[in-house]
Write a protein that binds this ligand. Structure first.
Ligand code: GDD
Ligand code: MN
Length: 397
């Protein structure tokens, strides 16, 4: 009855609350190996929420199939706590995606997130809820607001945390300066502020996505002291710092001018720019291999050209699959279909080649354009064709 399955990443739906029986508040608790904390956090959260929103909330634990069986313990708690729902994810990983998946299946008008390791004090929830009731679209628990802080962080961790914030301020001043603690993983947001927007979660910092892509007017902050972990361990590694920087850069590009025009015209310029860039890398591979095979190793020109072209196609496929369309390729249903994507990509590129020769001839023979201009126009048109058809068929947006 309350087992949940994940859907594709198309953002948070607006109206499902009405359909499945509305609740006012949905709180997501992402967990990974929190078997020693899960029971206590659920008990404390329910105690807080029963006091202010009896029968009008749900707690959604999103666990990434923790080896320590956190999901099993959480599922066992469902008989004691009727408002508790548990999602066990087996095909997807990551803190930010967990939060969004939880929100996608949620029914509340107000959405929230809190860590499952008790480092975020549950007492603050009531103040956060009050701030939303008073009109805020977003209520952030902050370590840097009045009454906030960290208990016993090392100088190194404080330095890294402040450095990360500073970097955010430089790259995304309009977004990051709106809150005193942009790294916070403890906040509530009105569903209406993010419904229908596509979110692109990456790494740990889901608040950046919400601030950057949501429609957020009024923001409230509540100070809190980041508690020490008593059980289990932090999952933060250097990868989180890398993801964070990449996330900032990505938001910078898509919230910048190019991103805005791209949205208005409904054409994915940024993706196209990547595709074109990968195409250029393919040209380099093609030329280099032709030189190697023909001039250095002495193979015939046609044979060398065919091998070089095919290897260039493979090169382009790898980069497009990992980078240009990486987000689409990583979607659950598609992850294992690399060969299928490659076959389609290859076929579409070959058709593109034929198309290119046709267009070249059209411009040159029928319209009497200069041959180089004809070739250039053919390349531009075929690149667009390759991009669009591959987007729709090979990576199926
Ligand atoms: N489902 C899921 N999948 N949960 C995860 C994953 C994951 O891949 N990685 C971590 N979590 C859960 C943890 O179990 C915990 O409940 C919460 O996410 C936070 O993870 P920690 O590893 O404990 O993070 P932290 O304490 O270093 O970071 C906290 O502080 C940051 C502020 O500096 C988090 O609250 C961040 O959200 C916050 O931004
Ligand atoms: Mn933690």
């Amino acid at each position: 009855r309350r087992s949940l399955s994940a859907q594709p990443f198309d953002g948070i739906a607006e109206g499902q609350a009405v359909a499945i029986g509305a609740v006012r508040f949905s709180l997501v608790v992402p967990t990974y190996n929190e078997s020693h904390n899960i029971e206590r956090i659920v008990a404390l959260l329910s105690q807080q929420l029963d006091a202010v929103l009896p029968h009008d909330y749900e707690i959604i634990v999103v666990d990434d199939d923790s080896p320590d069986g956190t999901w099993r313990i959480a599922q066992a708690l469902m008989s004691r706590y009727p408002f508790l729902r548990v999602m066990r994810r087996q095909a997807e990983r990551g803190l930010s995606t967990a939060v969004i998946r939880g929100w996608q299946v949620s029914r509340g008008e107000v959405l929230g997130v809190i860590d499952g390791d008790l480092q975020h004090p549950p007492e603050v929830l009531q103040q956060l809820l009050a701030a939303i009731t008073q009109g805020a679209a977003l209520a952030v628990a902050s370590r840097n607001a009045d009454g906030g802080g960290v208990s016993t962080w090392s100088a190194m961790r404080r330095f890294l945390s402040r450095g990360a914030q500073l970097l955010g301020l430089v790259l995304l001043p309009d977004v990051v300066s709106r809150v005193s603690d942009p790294m916070s993983g403890y906040f509530l947001v009105r569903r209406s502020a993010i419904a229908g927007r596509s979110l692109h979660p990456l790494g740990y910092k889901i608040l950046l996505e919400v601030l950057g892509r949501g429609e957020i007017e009024q923001i409230a902050e509540v100070g809190y002291v980041f508690q020490e972990r008593e059980a289990g361990e932090s999952k933060v590694t250097w990868k989180q710092y890398r993801d964070y920087i990449y996330h900032l850069l990505r938001l910078r590009v898509s919230l910048g001018r190019l991103g805005r025009v791209s949205q208005k015209l409904n054409f994915p310029f940024i993706r196209f720019a990547r595709f074109a860039f990968v195409g250029l890398s393919g040209l380099v591979v093609d030329m280099g291999l032709l030189y190697l095979l023909h001039s250095t190793l002495g193979f015939g020109l046609t044979r060398s050209a065919i091998v070089a072209a095919e290897l260039a196609i493979i090169n382009n496929f790898v980069w497009n699959d990992r980078w240009t369309f990486g987000d689409l390729a990583q979607q659950q249903q598609k992850r294992h279909q690399v060969i299928k994507r490659f076959a389609k990509f290859n076929l579409i590129c070959l058709m593109g080649l034929i198309l290119k020769i046709l267009i070249l001839n059209l411009f040159f023979n029928a319209l009497h354009f200069n041959p180089y201009l004809s070739n250039f126009l053919a390349i531009v048109m075929v690149t667009l064709w390759n991009f669009w058809i591959n987007l729709k068929l090979s990576w199926r947006i």
